[in-house]
Design a protein around this ligand. Sequence first.
Ligand SMILES: C[S@@+](CC[C@H](N)C(=O)[O-])C[C@H]1O[C@@H](n2cnc3c(N)ncnc32)[C@H](O)[C@@H]1O
Length: 275
Amino acid sequence: MAECPYQKLFIYEIEGELILPPDLADRKFLGCWREGDCSYLFFTLKREREVKALLGEEQIQRYLSETIIDYKDWEAGQPLTPIRLAGFYLCPFWEEPHPQPEEQLIRLDPGVAFGSGFHPTTQMCLRLISRLYHTTTLPTVLDLGTGTGILSLACLAMGAKRILAVDNHTLAIATAQKNAVYNRAENHITFVCGDVLDYLATPADLVLANIFFSVLSSMLDQEVFFNKPWYIFSGLIGTEVNKFITRMQRLPLEVVQVLDDNLWFAILARNTAST
Ligand SMILES: C[S@@+](CC[C@H](N)C(=O)[O-])C[C@H]1O[C@@H](n2cnc3c(N)ncnc32)[C@H](O)[C@@H]1O
């Protein structure tokens, strides 16, 4: 087993937006996450001095904090290892893959984007993708909130031909693009950094949306969204699922299957107005 290249994460919280020099990548920089008024810079080594040196003299940005965590605690709560799930073999890029002949291999470097394959919301999507592609041909996919690109890669492995993958975080898009290259899928996926709500009218055979309840709910408000035959919604927790299904009942969407895992829910839905 090869060693995971990320042991510790050093996360620097800055108020304001930083202009990042292009040579940061050489300094163990994983990426920058923007959230509200703050920027979070991720490194695999301590870089407090370097980050402070990036702050402008005009004091437009302010250094807030340094947090150090184990990489294994970032998403999975355990070391990332290969996972066998619903016919997929998800393998971190630093591990030697050993898929069974019938398994679809997906190589991943999640970095600090969401979508390592360990989270229940992702796993339920993978189960529904596997189920759907075993009975239906779905060449085009709209992946809303792509994260690491894991669900797009799963659809391609199952026979999809063209995918539009959207995320509003540059770090997620950069990670997903890297993962597409690892899987030789870069010619089949178009990545866009933007708000998913601006892409709801995009025609596709299947929509993947593993995203917050508030964003999922906003999708249901848009009539242009209902021009696709199949939908996988995930990211619903607790009572949100019942609220969401009640909303769906007034729309041309039929619930085909609901999965639950550890308080999380995912829904496979069919468009009843679609031929
Ligand atoms: C729960 S993660 C899902 C990642 C991956 N699809 C998976 O299933 O593992 C949700 C992703 O949606 C992105 N996101 C959240 N709100 C968004 C919005 N309004 N527009 C675009 N992307 C959004 C986040 O940055 C995050 O990468």
